[in-house]
Design a protein around this ligand. Sequence first.
Ligand SMILES: NC(=O)c1ccc[n+]([C@@H]2O[C@H](COP(=O)([O-])OP(=O)(O)OC[C@H]3O[C@@H](n4cnc5c(N)ncnc54)[C@H](OP(=O)(O)O)[C@@H]3O)[C@@H](O)[C@H]2O)c1
Length: 276
Amino acid sequence: MVVEKLRICFLGTGSMGSAVLKGLLAAGHPKELISATTKSESSAQALRAMGVSALSTESSPDANALMAGDADLIVLGVKPYQILDVLQELSGEIGKNAVLISMAAGIQIDSMAKVLPANPNIIRTMPNTPALVGRGVTGVAAASTASKDALDATIELFESVGEVIVIEESKINPLSAVSGSGPAWVYYIIEQWEKVALSQGFSEADAKVLVRQTMSGAMALLEDSNEEPEELRRKVTSPGGTTERIIATLEERNLEGIFAESLRAAVLRAEEIAKS
Ligand SMILES: NC(=O)c1ccc[n+]([C@@H]2O[C@H](COP(=O)([O-])OP(=O)(O)OC[C@H]3O[C@@H](n4cnc5c(N)ncnc54)[C@H](OP(=O)(O)O)[C@@H]3O)[C@@H](O)[C@H]2O)c1
């Protein structure tokens, strides 16, 4: 399967759906092969302004079935609680070989397969919003009934907006906490770090430059070197120096423990969503 030739339909095109859609457009996927649905007419209009064929359920209640009918890949970008209802709308309307790709947290492949028993190609994914700038990372888990072509097309789709990791479905909740929610971890850290800089009397503009340039500079250095973060950290940390005190304070407050607890809370929530 060559993904540039496939018709891709996004059902639910909000933060995540539009990040992948815009990433695809930026990667050169033909606009005429992309379609999308939203709830509100204003969101659909915004997509049409980008040259994508879009319908809202507000003005066309059967928008999802209409748009997905002839699609090769159907990307589900509605909220988790809506996934099974939207799949139900597709029953009898889509091709047997259509690839159903859910991006929803918590909704298991088995639950989706029960709604569309005639469709073997069900794939669960967990992307993240840097897909918007072609630097996403997406976890992909396929149903045991999915064909190799279906999995390959999904991998190709998400590789056009970043990196892909193929995993067992059992790993998708932890992956979701690490990378799906990952941008929120990073932005929250940046927020705290900038507050600390501001508290030292730096202007807002200077605090932003100090923190953001350090963040992106440190990442660029990591990507450029063959060294692990621990080694690069050591190079900044002279024995008995100031950086050593920063790391010691973070360790005393058990930053690793806080991260572990945050991840456990997210996994627990994904399990609750799956049950409800
Ligand atoms: N946000 C993330 O970083 C992230 C990361 C990984 C996975 N996800 C998953 O991605 C999914 C969407 O999350 P989100 O943050 O993108 O939510 P969102 O911004 O609220 O987007 C939801 C989209 O669904 C549309 N919609 C609502 N009801 C619909 C219906 N019945 N039929 C078709 N479209 C409908 C909404 O339309 P309007 O625009 O008109 O409201 C909106 O475009 C979730 O399942 C989430 O678990 C999100």
